[in-house]
Design a protein around this ligand. Structure first.
Ligand code: MG
Length: 158
């Protein structure tokens, strides 16, 4: 068994789509980033990379690489899910939390799970939660959105 932890945060700015968990969420601002700025997918990616002992997201998808400019984070996640499989592991569980003062996200969870499952992670092993930051700090002021994720991987017996 291996565990991994991931964290990400991006700045909220005007004139960008808000992409979270692979879906477009209706909001007046979006997350700034080299890719689509999807903090939830990035946190899950870092948790999986961490469990594999393969460094971090910046090593695999450097923001100096034009290939990942405005890339769908679901596509990045798909790359990492394939790496998990190629290294002989299966994903047992992913738990995650999005920290956002706005917008309300509770009604988006099922769509996010559907979108994330496009990367090859079974929907049945993904949990997503959403919390506000009770008005405190950069999240509370609406300056950005953050996400945390943990994963459990199991080595497949051969
Ligand atoms: Mg990121």
């Amino acid at each position: 068994m291996r565990i991994g932890i991931g964290y990400d945060s991006h700045r909220l700015v005007e004139g960008r789509r808000l992409v979270l968990g692979g879906i477009d969420v209706l909001f007046e601002k979006g997350l700034l980033g080299h890719s689509d700025g999807d903090v939830l997918c990035h946190a899950i990616i870092d948790a999986l990379i961490g469990a594999l002992g393969e460094g971090d997201i910046g090593k695999h998808f450097p923001d100096t690489d034009a290939r990942w400019k405005d890339a769908s984070s679901i596509l990045l996640l798909k790359h990492i899910v394939e790496m998990v499989k190629s290294k002989g592991f299966e994903i047992v569980w992913i738990d995650s939390v999005i920290l956002a003062e706005q917008p309300k996200l509770a009604h988006c969870m099922d769509s996010m799970k559907d979108a994330i499952s496009q990367s090859g992670i079974p929907k049945s092993v993904i949990n997503i939660k959403a919390k506000t930051n009770e008005g405190m700090g950069f999240i509370g002021r609406g300056e950005g959105i953050a996400a945390q994720a943990v994963c459990l991987l199991k080595k497949i017996e051969r």
